[in-house]
Design a protein around this ligand. Sequence first.
Ligand SMILES: [Zn+2]
Length: 237
Amino acid sequence: MSGSESSAQLDELATGCRILGATGMGDMVWGHLSARDSEDATSFWMKSAGYGMEEMTPDLLVKVGPEGTKTAGAGRLHLEHFIHGGVYAARSDVGAVVHSHAESAVAFAATGMALRPIGHEGTLFSPPDIARFTSTGDLIRTRELGEQLAASLGDRNAILLHRHGLVTVGKDIRTAVLTAVFLDKACRLQLQAAAAGTPLSWSDEDEALAKRGRCYSDKQLDDAWGYLLRGLDPVRT
Ligand SMILES: [Zn+2]
């Protein structure tokens, strides 16, 4: 891995944070995106504390080592870095992790409803129903809580943290970020439909699984990512 490739990863990570900010995934200075280090699989880079998603630049990123401590970067480490460390330790297939306090995800989790594939987005998460972490709504502030969250995630692409937010994962930054955006929309759609007070309809298992592959192929995700990149505002400095 050359230095330029490593630098490109940090550029993409900062860009991913800005896309999360542009798509409503931010919560003032809270929530974060990380990527497994391209040169050292036991470490990862993530957004620093004290800044919004939309403010992130490569020089503000911080590196976290296998001991769960900051090993590089000038910024402050988010308290909830244990979310990321827990997932990377448990899932060798995961290259990037999003944690967001996305409003629709928090509201939807509070209803206790099963997530249904009532539009395209829901097919990424159901069937079966999305994974849940319910043992605490408090911050994931210890290694043990990070491990418990990763165990609840299992081999899934996303999990709702009841009374808190969401976590999504992907093989790369693009996939993890887009999965978060799609999950929040899936939650929002169902909240809107349920608010009408009439029985809901949704894709059966065959249709949902077919749509999962067709609507969210690598090519489709490439196109969606390109669209979001073109819409990014310049970083305010
Ligand atoms: Zn949080």
